[in-house]
Write a protein that binds this ligand. Structure first.
Ligand code: HEC
Length: 85
């Protein structure tokens, strides 16, 4: 049974929670169970890379600040660490 999103409280996890949670809801629930931010374990890194590209164009569409190179790296690193193998 999957419960909490892993390691949101790390440098990379915080970038993920902040940038991806902007549209996907609150990253920190009262007991760690979140519905907002996507669970990194549900996709492989290849699937995540596609998803990330898709989300970046959504951000552009919605007029959100685009990801900086630093943010993209942090998010990719975070997803790499936790993606489905
Ligand atoms: C501009 C707002 C916005 C941001 C920021 C955003 N998303 Fe999304 N996301 C959406 C919307 C709207 C959908 C549903 C429509 C779609 O799938 O195209 C979605 C769908 C998804 C889905 C597929 C739905 C599912 O549950 O299977 C995933 C996975 C996802 N986003 C991950 C991310 C990740 C990872 C980030 C951070 C890099 C992110 N999103 C940032 C708006 C956003």
């Amino acid at each position: 049974m999957l419960t909490e999103i892993p390691e949101l409280n790390t440098a990379d996890g915080r970038v993920f929670a902040q940038r991806c949670g902007a549209c996907h809801g609150k990253p920190f629930g009262s007991h760690g169970i979140t519905h907002g931010v996507p669970d990194p374990r549900f996709r492989t890194i290849v699937e995540w890379q596609e998803e990330l590209t898709r989300m970046e164009s959504l951000m552009r569409e919605k007029g959100l600040q685009p990801l900086t190179d630093h943010e993209r790296e942090a998010i990719t690193r975070y997803l790499h660490r936790h993606a489905k193998s």
